[in-house]
Design a protein around this ligand. Structure first.
Ligand code: F0G
Length: 367
């Protein structure tokens, strides 16, 4: 008997008919997507019987972040349309993803990063994939302004999330969540930086709804780091600050569409402090066994904050209006190994020991 194993070929193949591609598009894929939706038992317990919390672990994409979903489409389209080079500004993950997909597509990649402000793993990725990396003496917003200007005047394709192909690719994450849950979740919580991802998820949910694939739309809850929360504050932040370098952004490109996602879904965009982020980061790694980078922990920090504020309490409008289980999906956007420095800084570093069996057994208090 022969068994046919259906081969997974990445998000363009899986969601071909919902994406701006045709049979002529040369598909550049690293088999991104198809990431797990992990039940978070301890988080669910903290909220109460009526709740089920899931973690969409986007850190398991090929370059370790959700950017790969958008990059497969953006780079495939750049290739189809004859581009020879791609360019982006990045807090790290976009540059890692762009340079990997560009390498695969034989395109040159140029990345402008805020000098000294991106996590080590991400810098290593961009460099090892052969990108031309320019650290800019400024912040992300400065770098972003520059790449927009360069891409207008020179033959390089901008692959930041203002490129609509990025949003198209990234919306596949909401398709996956709906396919797994057989409907949209009641709430989706995610970190917000340049605001492309919240835009993409919302677009995906709305499309699935209008296709009749889901019955409801989720309430979208976005979280920015307190020191870099332009959308929450209502104005750009000149010198954004946070340990979550991925979302250290003072003037998000997709500001308006993030607000639209918030308002249309009757959701919210709020802040979490760096301390909240680290607390959630440690909770995820030590309690759920899921290692994420600090920016990703902002979603779970947000969940804790909403719980504290009574958002999900028995008296809340949500609790009363839902008869069945309330499903919450937290998006974990990037892998913890991207930023090992932060992990090391937030634990007690172990002391070295002599290679002596008796001493070690004693030290471990195994008896
Ligand atoms: N989480 C991670 C790990 C990120 O890298 C980013 C954005 C976000 C969340 C926020 O997503 O920008 O769509 O609102 N990183 C971009 C970059 C800015 O350059 O890698 P967003």
């Amino acid at each position: 008997m022969s068994m046919k194993i259906e081969e997974y070929k990445g998000v363009i193949d899986r969601y071909f008919k919902y994406l701006p591609v045709s049979n002529k598009t040369p598909v550049i894929s690293l088999l991104e997507g198809d990431t797990p939706l992990i039940p978070a038992y301890k988080l669910s317990n903290q909220l109460g019987k009526k709740f089920e919390v899931f973690l969409k672990y986007e850190g398991l994409n090929p370059t370790g972040s959700f950017k790969d979903r958008g990059m497969t489409v953006a780079v495939s389209k750049a290739k189809e349309q004859g581009s020879k080079a791609v360019i982006c500004a990045s807090t790290g993950n976009t540059s890692a993803s762009a340079s990997a997909y560009a390498a695969r597509a034989n395109l040159k990649s140029i990345v402008l990063i805020p000098k000294g402000a991106i996590a080590l793993g991400k810098l290593a990725q961009a460099l090892i994939h052969g990108a031309c990396v320019l650290p800019v003496k400024g912040n992300f917003d400065d770098a972003f302004r520059l790449v927009k200007e360069i891409s207008q005047d020179y033959p390089v394709r901008l692959v930041n999330s203002i490129n609509p192909h990025r949003i198209e690719g990234q919306k596949t994450a909401s398709f996956e969540i709906c396919d797994a849950l057989k409907d949209a979740p009641d709430f989706q919580i995610l970190p917000v930086g340049n605001a492309g991802n919240i835009t993409a998820y919302w677009k995906g949910y709305k499309e699935y709804k209008s296709l009749g694939k889901i019955r409801k739309l989720p309430v979208m809850c976005g979280f920015q780091a307190q020191g870099s929360a332009p959308i929450v504050k209502g104005h750009p932040i000149k010198n954004p600050k946070t340990i979550a370098t991925a979302i250290k952004i003072g003037n998000p490109a997709s500001w308006k569409s993030a607000e639209a996602a918030r308002d249309e879904s009757k959701g919210l965009i709020d802040t979490v402090s760096d301390r909240d982020i680290i607390e959630a980061y440690k909770f995820l790694s030590s309690q759920e066994g899921v290692f994420v980078e600090p920016a990703s922990a902002a979603s779970v920090a947000g969940l804790f904050k909403l719980k504290k504020l009574g958002y999900f309490s028995k008296k809340s409008k949500f609790y009363l209006s839902y008869s069945k289980t309330i499903k919450i999906v937290c998006i974990l956007t990037g892998h913890g190994l991207k930023d090992p420095d932060i992990a090391i800084k937030n634990i007690k570093e172990p002391k070295a020991v002599e290679p002596d069996l008796k001493k070690i057994v004693k030290l471990l208090k195994l008896k």
